[in-house]
Design a protein around this ligand. Structure first.
Ligand SMILES: Cc1cc2nc3c(=O)[nH]c(=O)nc-3n(C[C@H](O)[C@H](O)[C@H](O)COP(=O)(O)OP(=O)(O)OC[C@H]3O[C@@H](n4cnc5c(N)ncnc54)[C@H](O)[C@@H]3O)c2cc1C
Length: 202
């Protein structure tokens, strides 16, 4: 079979396709490749493994390029540890700020530890070592103050609470800002919530 074209371009990577686009207005173009047209370094590099290679390059450029190519499939809703949020507060960046791909989520506060290490704060001692009643990361009063602060600033708040004592403090803190009103407009929430006492979950 014979083709009669003005431009024969070898390669369907960024080099070949850029040339093809540039000359397409002036004549007929044919592109020849070794395998499938999509089998190029150019294709594999998009939204894949990449590195900043020179002072004219930057992470931001790579992010913009990946977004423009429509290849960024993940969406991130950040949880922001309360001991590292002052820069957010100072910049007045609140829950909801961002783009469909990267959005500021709640302030994350820890009320207690975890079940696997018996550090979740419970009202009855553990039956297995190290026994005790777990660990409160902060006092009930400090937790209430923290929740009041971030609620007043307009943040969603997510509190890690696993044991019934940690959950009890957390509910007290949410009650302190939500009061008797129905609803929870900022959608504050408990993370995990392992051991609930009936009196609190009724
Ligand atoms: C995972 C990955 C990450 C990368 N990250 C970066 C980065 O961060 N920054 C950066 O600058 N570069 C990066 N690169 C390199 C960059 O992608 C390539 O340098 C660039 O895409 C090359 O473009 P090209 O058009 O020259 O060739 P390619 O995109 O490789 O296309 C080559 C074309 O030539 C054709 N061809 C080859 N041999 C023959 C033959 N004998 N006969 C006919 N056709 C043939 C192939 O079929 C293909 O169509 C990365 C590459 C990969 C794979």
């Amino acid at each position: 079979m014979q083709y009669d074209v003005d431009f024969l371009i070898i390669g369907s990577g960024i080099g070949g396709l850029t040339l093809a686009l540039n000359v397409a207005g002036t004549g007929q173009v044919a592109i020849v490749t070794k395998k499938e047209a999509i089998e190029t370094n150019t294709n594999y590099a998009q939204g894949g493994i990449a590195s900043v290679l020179s002072k004219y390059d930057s992470f931001d450029l790579h992010v913009q390029d990946t977004l423009a190519a429509g290849r960024l499939k993940i969406r991130v809703y950040t949880m922001n540890h309360d001991i590292m949020t002052e820069s957010l507060v100072e910049a007045r960046i609140k829950t909801g700020f961002g783009s469909p791909h990267l959005r500021i989520g709640p302030i994350k506060i820890f009320a207690d530890g975890g079940m696997s290490n018996r550090t979740a704060a419970v009202s009855q001692p553990y039956l297995t070592p190290p026994h005790g009643t777990g660990l409160k990361i902060q006092s009930r009063e400090a937790l209430i103050e923290a929740v009041k602060r971030y609620h007043a600033l307009g943040y969603q708040i997510a509190i890690h609470a696993q044991g019934d004592a940690g959950i009890s403090d957390t509910l007290d803190a949410f009650e302190a800002v939500l009061g008797p009103q129905s609803g929870n407009p900022l959608r504050h929430r408990i993370e995990h919530g392992c051991v609930w006492l009936c009196r609190r979950s009724e």
